[in-house]
Design a protein around this ligand. Structure first.
Ligand code: SAM
Length: 283
């Protein structure tokens, strides 16, 4: 690592902003670990969220065919321009990642590699995963507690785990101590990988239905599934029938369900709905 973030920022008379989640990685081994986890091929296109001072960007530029890096903080642009000058395959976009349309940024497949600003981790995931052109892989440094929720398995599933794993396989690559960053964050961190290269566990045609069910199922964590699902407008008998058809015990809690069980339940509800539509058309 050429320049420690502290030195670099001091040279430019810039104070890091906590409100923008500015904790810069300052451990070269960690940076390479992140790049390695993304398994970047020479023809891969990469999106980086929040390049900061360009430490990760440089390594990405050395491995990928192109890097598109979106940075919100205008104060960092002159630093990025200098640090990234040797790399002509990097495009820095000044803006908010949540205001960028990934479908407009990439017409090709792409990977996301980022040490994300923690205050918008959930929003970033929703933004990229709901895009038409989704990344094929995401390697993200996130708060450790969030990483645990994303990679959770039954009986400790969370709505975040279900809604992320709907799109792909989530694994933890490594955990990071606060000392890997400058300034040190108040929380521990972890690097996670979301592999989105396989088709989703559930037919994308049922995506809306799946999320309605999961949201209702997790609406009151301590309540049984059969009670939480009532808010979807089905009566008690209908819910019990749907759960029975999906082979799920309605007294269970949402956090114990596997992705496959959510899938079965989604399919049963979809079948029930299309049957109902057919019946109402016939009468
Ligand atoms: N990639 C650098 C590194 O690893 O050292 C910096 C990571 S730092 C945790 C997060 C970066 O995201 C900061 O540079 C911050 O200014 C930027 N950022 C914060 N909010 C953003 C947003 N909404 N869109 C794009 N970048 C943002």
């Amino acid at each position: 690592m050429n320049n420690h973030p502290k030195t670099l920022l001091r040279n430019y008379h810039i104070e890091p902003k906590k409100s923008l989640g500015q904790n810069f990685l300052c451990d070269e081994n960690v940076l390479w670990r992140i790049v390695d986890a993304a398994d970047i091929a020479p023809d891969d296109h990469v999106l980086e969220i929040g390049p900061g001072l360009g430490a990760l960007t440089k390594l990405l530029a050395q491995t990928a065919v192109s890097v598109t890096a979106v940075e919100l903080d205008a104060r960092l642009l002159p630093i990025l321009a200098t640090e990234l000058a040797p790399y002509d395959n990097v495009t820095v976009i000044h803006g908010d990642i949540l205001a960028q349309n990934p479908d407009a940024l990439f017409t090709t497949p792409y990977k996301v590699v980022a040490n994300v600003p923690y205050y918008i981790t959930g929003a970033i995931l929703r933004h990229l995963l709901s895009a038409q052109n989704k990344p094929t892989m995401m390697v993200l440094t996130v708060q450790k507690e969030v990483a645990e929720r994303i990679t959770a398995v039954p009986p400790k599933m969370s709505l975040l785990a279900v809604s992320t794993q709907f799109y792909g396989r989530a694994t933890t690559i490594t955990t990071l101590k606060a000392g890997a960053f400058w300034p040190r964050p108040d929380v521990d961190s972890a690097v996670i990988c979301l592999d989105l290269s396989q088709s989703p566990a559930v037919d994308p045609a049922f995506e809306k239905q799946f999320f309605r069910l999961a949201k209702a199922g997790f609406s009151q964590k301590r309540k049984q599934l059969q009670k939480n699902l009532r808010q979807l407008g089905h009566n008690k008998t209908e819910i019990n029938t749907l759960l029975a058809q999906a082979n799920i015990d309605g007294t269970r809690r949402a956090e114990t369900l596997t992705l496959d069980e959510w899938k079965r339940l989604t399919e049963e509800v979809a079948k029930w709905r299309s049957g109902k539509v057919a019946t109402s058309r016939a009468t």
